[in-house]
Design a protein around this ligand. Sequence first.
Ligand code: ZN
Length: 430
Amino acid sequence: MPHTPTSPNTGPKPSGERRPAPDRGRTLLGPALALVHTGQAPTRSALTSALDVTRATAGAISAELEALGLITVDSSPAGGGRGRPSHRLAVDPSGPVVIAAQIHADGLSIALAGLGGRLEEPVHLPLPDATDPVRLLSAVARAGADLARASGRRCLGAALALPNPVTEPDGAALAALHFAWPSGTPVADLFAEQLRKADLGPRARMPLPSTVANDANLAALAEHRHGAGRGSRHLLLVTSGHRGVGGALVIDGRLHTGSAGLAMEVGHLTVDPQGRPCACGNRGCLNSETDPEALFAAADRTPDPRRPLLEQARELARAAAADPRARAAVDHVVDRLGLGLAGLVNILNPDRIVLSGLHRDLLAAAPERLAAVVADRCLLGRSGRMPIVAAEVTHAGLVGAAELAWEPLLHDPQAVAAGTVAGTRGERQK
Ligand SMILES: [Zn+2]
């Protein structure tokens, strides 16, 4: 299925009309749920003004979402004390869940997520010895199904984050070098097939809608809706997790994924023509100049092969405060990261940059230096208006995958939730 996220965070486009027409009420259910889901409508009066509707319409909409088992409406006075107390709105803690999963160089992570970006503690599994796609995807599907069955909650979808580019709309993996998958492996289809075979329990939507996407894209979505990117209009995220560098752009709440899902492959920007070799055959790409291996190379140190590389690179970045060799390595890598960011800023004109993975630690280790390199190379930076901030969301790939899995519900809560809401009374919906 297509996996281009829609935009809950931009909310509705208010028309200025104030008619509580029933069909308008239904079309506003999705935007209303998105506002509660992203924390932008904590009360019914906030919902009323965000949707630009009458109090009566907002009341009807919140009652409908409550009846669908998606939100709770608490009529006890909410804080603030200004004017009449408003009903508090929150996602229903016993509401539906989705399965969020991520395959990365160090293993598999699987978690359930409720609305509101509420991720349950993930299960982490080591990579199986054989990393062929079917083996990996069946392990993910089985682990997700175990969690869904054990939770007893309605399960409405699943999404998987991958560390490689994923085509749209067919969901094929390209350049999945970590696992040596053939280029063009139809991951979306294989994942759906493994979920069909898994025992998801009596309360899952069947067949369970599922989708796959690139992990940096999903991290950007997570930061935009629940983290350091909230409120930004043109959010650029750059990250280095294990090997290489990922980038993503969220414009007005929507991921910019290009014509085939392959936009924002920032890793092959040249930042040093004489630099380290990259898997693409060139030298000095952002990938090979600013990832964990690059930091170790700059420090002339060798990481322990038994420990996750990112963890060790983070320690090395933090050591810059006291260790001159680590300091020099951080400065070397930060200068190249700054060149890459400046190039992206000149092309994309974002209003915020969120740095994640190792880049978050590099920002913490050398914030002024990084800002100065960016400022020196781009007009926007020179004007002093280019905020570069640290990512905030823990397990952002998983939180972003959950966002993707929520898309159908946020698009039409009634169609998706009404089919399963009777399940709250113990019936299985066909
Ligand atoms: Zn390259």
